[in-house]
Design a binder for this molecule. Structure first.
Ligand code: C5P
Ligand code: ZN
Length: 471
């Protein structure tokens, strides 16, 4: 499948073995992550199981905790399928018939390249890292889950669009301004199924629902001087090109522009980008999910993923799952989650600015939001501070917030820093474990939970690790 992508033989073999486990189980416990990649994984896994006529339960988790580990180990179901989570805890699972379709950095205690069959238990571990693939831009958790669903039954290839939304939700399209490698092969299946249309366009956020001015003012990433965060500059941009902001009194969106208008606006934006990197990020592939009407806010893959993320962050992943399964009645609940999310983000940003919470050390910057920002949102806020330029792009950012089980820490960095050797996944895992917590994630975005009162000690360790990694 896919244009020129040769699937790794070992992966195909392991997918077949894992699919046998699922096929031969009568009852299955599905555990998945609460973000867009996890919710789409849940949509794929549950549809595949439904079609097989299996009895299954689906549970959403923010992260793997001791309780999750014991729920897995003590579950009564014949098999457990863990999606977009689990790889970091392989050595904790002590039962047979576990299938993991994840892309997070695997547990280092697990033998290198081991995919299945521990001394006593069968664990089928399907993770891009095991096959020499990147888990940050070649395939996501939903992608791995999709490959297994398709191995279970080729007719599940109509679920490819969910894997595309999952990959986009995990920002796998950022590096190349489009999906590549296994993600691209899956994208092509979604295109063949008629579920996704790929176009080259400006990659700002909100092409389907924001007014033209807001699209540039708030959606522009990379930022463009004179336009980003500038409503007058954004309005002037269109008037100089002779592009009307309204049609019959109604505000137009970027998608309402004619082909010529869009082309001239895109050319002008590209010419205004600050450097080659910004030009590359600005223009590239955009994905339209054809199953949904324009008004739903689900027609653009990035917007779709945002809807799912905002469900997950407000303890309502089930609404996200219903949407993935095509239940449009769930949209009203999702809209409530989405507007809560927008409101929370903007009040969190003003709270940090007004109270001057952002602090700098030599190698890191950080803020402690205490109980003021939800632990599921603090990472997004840290990311926005970094991309908006309110925080220094040259330093990784660490954000603390109160959580039920201690202090949540979210870390974010720019690509530039990870290209220079920074690996937040390693740093968060190592530093949190040294202070009695746990963590992990990806090189550019990672998280951890640490015990109360350990913040300073944690930052000291983080700072040593950051300075030793960056060259
Ligand atoms: O929670 P946050 O948005 O900061 O998470 C960033 C990334 O780190 C996510 O991919 C998440 O799954 C991962 N993470 C992790 N272990 C944790 C917390 C977050 O692997 N304890
Ligand atoms: Zn993921």
């Amino acid at each position: 499948m896919g244009d020129g992508i040769i699937f790794c033989d070992r992966l195909i073999r392991d997918l077949k073995r894992a699919s046998e486990i699922i096929r031969s189980a009568n009852s299955i416990l599905v555990i998945t992550h609460i973000d867009a990649d996890g919710i789409t994984s849940g949509g794929i896994a549950s549809t595949a199981l439904e079609r097989l006529g299996k009895e299954f339960t689906i549970v959403f988790e923010k992260k793997i905790t001791e309780d999750t580990v014991s729920a897995v180990n003590n579950s009564r179901e014949d098999a457990v399928w863990i999606c977009d989570l689990g790889s970091a805890y392989l050595s904790e699972f002590k039962r047979s018939n576990i299938v993991i379709t994840d892309h997070h950095v695997p547990d280092t205690k697990w033998r290198n390249k081991q995919t299945f069959i521990d001394d006593f238990h069968d664990i089928y571990h399907l993770n891009p890292h095991t096959y020499g693939l990147s888990g940050s831009y070649e395939i996501s958790g939903a992608g791995m889950t999709y490959l297994l669903a398709k191995t279970i039954d080729p007719s599940n290839s109509d679920l490819a669009f969910l894997a595309v939304v999952g990959a986009v939700g995990d920002l796998q399209d950022i590096r190349e301004s489009g999906l590549v490698s296994y993600n691209k092969a899956i994208l092509e299946e979604a295109v063949s199924a008629g579920d996704i249309i790929v176009e080259k366009d400006v990659r700002f956020f909100g092409r389907d629902y924001r007014s033209l001015v807001q699209f540039l003012q708030y959606g522009s990433d990379p930022s463009i001087p004179g336009i980003s965060d500038d409503s007058r500059g954004s309005a002037a941009f269109f008037s100089e090109l002779g592009i009307p902001l309204r049609n019959e009194g109604k505000l137009r969106t970027w998608n309402d522009l004619t082909v010529d208008e869009r082309r001239s606006a895109a050319d002008r934006l590209i010419s205004m980008a600050v450097d080659d990197d910004a030009r590359k990020r600005l223009f590239g592939e955009v994905y339209t999910v054809t199953r949904f009407e324009r008004q739903t806010g689900l027609r653009d893959a990035k917007e779709f993923a945002t809807v799912l993320n905002s469900c997950g962050r407000y303890d309502d992943a089930v609404t996200g799952l219903r949407i993935c399964l095509g239940d449009l009645d769930a949209l009203e609940d999702a809209e409530r989650n989405r507007s809560d999310h927008r409101r929370n983000i903007s009040s969190a940003l003003s709270y940090i600015k007004e109270n001057r919470l952002l602090r700098e050390r030599r190698f890191v910057q950080y803020f402690d939001a205490g109980p003021e920002i939800r632990e599921t949102v603090v990472g997004v806020v840290a990311g926005i501070l970094l991309t908006s330029g309110d925080a220094k792009k040259g330093l990784p950012i660490f954000a603390f917030a109160e959580a039920d089980d201690g202090v949540k820490v979210s870390a974010r960095a720019t690509r530039n820093l990870t290209d220079r050797g920074l690996d937040l996944s390693y740093i968060m895992k190592t530093a949190s474990e040294m202070v009695g917590g746990y963590g992990g994630g990806h090189t550019v975005a990672a998280g951890a939970t640490i015990p109360d009162g350990k913040e300073e000690e944690f930052l000291d360790i983080v700072e040593d690790l950051v300075s030793s990694q960056i060259i």
